[in-house]
Design a protein. Structure first.
Length: 329
């Protein structure tokens, strides 16, 4: 039963990363939008969705506190610097989406047009670097606690993880945006030219990261298999996009983003917080809450999560429109 709660926390975080990757990608695409109407189209495309997508991260943290309270404390201590940076970028990204149209001044909009892609880049790269560092294992401080040192988040594997998530988010944002633009939109033309080299780059990053991760874990074959499956998902996504199935392409395109949290679990097994030296590591049996707390969570949290999942599906059906057919006025 302990594995169930650990896996459920991983599933919630994976859902957050897969859904928010679209928002991160759209934020990064502001760099390609040269006209005001294109930038506003990008913003309006994600505004109805991004708060609902963030609910999955809130649920992850809440369930982590309830089911694995010791792990939450150790993680926040170990990742305190990356967490502060990610929270700051999260705040600025949300502020940019809300505040961009709050004032009519051109300078005001240009300011948020810089903040939005910058914060989106920090979020995407930050999550990639943190997950890759967890795969490799963290350092240990002088008190025997796990800590994400500068060398952990600047390690080649962490940098590969950061680049992989940024490329995957860009591709998801491109797929999401392309299905909503008029056929004669100049932005759509730029996205189409950008898509193929981006896909090739992402495939290379997935395979390179898998090889690098396999070299630092005790389960190299499993890690390589996950990487191959992620690359296959990207390839199938590209074929689906070419065949005019954007929804399927988006779903399959999330494969690299799903692969990173899965690899954290597969590489470390029941060691829920791994260190390279072994000192300060935390195993699942020591981190899990008492049976009474888990029983209470089963009766309260699981029904709520089901309701949230149905609500997310409803929001996508209402707010995510099929591909626009009309021409730009």
């Amino acid at each position: 039963m302990d594995i169930f709660w650990y896996a459920l926390i991983g599933l919630l975080f994976t859902g957050y990363l897969a859904l928010e990757s679209i928002d991160f990608g759209v934020g990064l695409l502001f760099l390609l939008a040269r006209e005001e109407r294109d930038r506003e189209r990008l913003r309006r495309g994600v505004v109805p969705l991004f708060l609902a997508n963030e609910v999955w991260l809130v649920a992850t943290v809440g369930l982590l506190f309830g089911a694995l309270p010791l792990l939450e404390g150790e993680l926040l201590h170990a990742l305190r610097t990356p967490v502060v940076l990610l929270l700051s970028a999260w705040y600025l990204r949300d502020a940019a989406l809300w505040f961009r149209t709050a004032h009519p001044g051109a300078g005001w909009r240009r300011t948020w047009d810089v903040v939005l892609p910058a914060a989106s880049l920090v979020l995407a790269a930050g999550w990639g670097a943190v997950l890759a560092a967890l795969i490799r294992g963290l350092s240990t401080d002088g008190h025997g606690h796990a800590v994400a040192a500068a060398g952990d988040v600047a390690h080649p594997l962490a940098l590969l993880g950061a680049a992989l998530v940024v490329a995957a988010c860009l591709r998801q944002g491109t797929l999401f945006t392309a299905r909503r633009l008029p056929h004669d939109s100049p932005l759509l033309g730029r996205l189409n030219r950008f898509s193929r080299p981006l896909t090739r780059c992402l495939l290379g990053l997935v395979l390179l990261a898998a090889v690098r991760a396999a070299g630092v874990t005790d389960a190299p074959v499993t890690v390589l298999l996950v990487g191959v499956l992620a690359a296959a998902g990207v390839y199938a996504s590209e074929r689906s996009a070419a065949a005019g199935r954007p929804g399927t392409a988006l779903l399959l395109g999330a494969a690299p983003l799903l692969a990173l949290p899965v690899t954290v679990g597969l590489a470390n097994g029941t060691t829920v917080l791994a260190t390279r030296s072994g000192e300060g590591a935390l195993v699942l049996s020591d981190a899990v809450a008492d049976p009474a707390s888990l029983t209470l969570l089963s009766m309260t949290v699981l029904p709520a999560l089901i309701a949230v999942a149905f609500g997310q599906v409803w929001m996508w059906r209402v707010f995510v429109r099929p591909q626009v057919r009309q021409r730009t006025p």
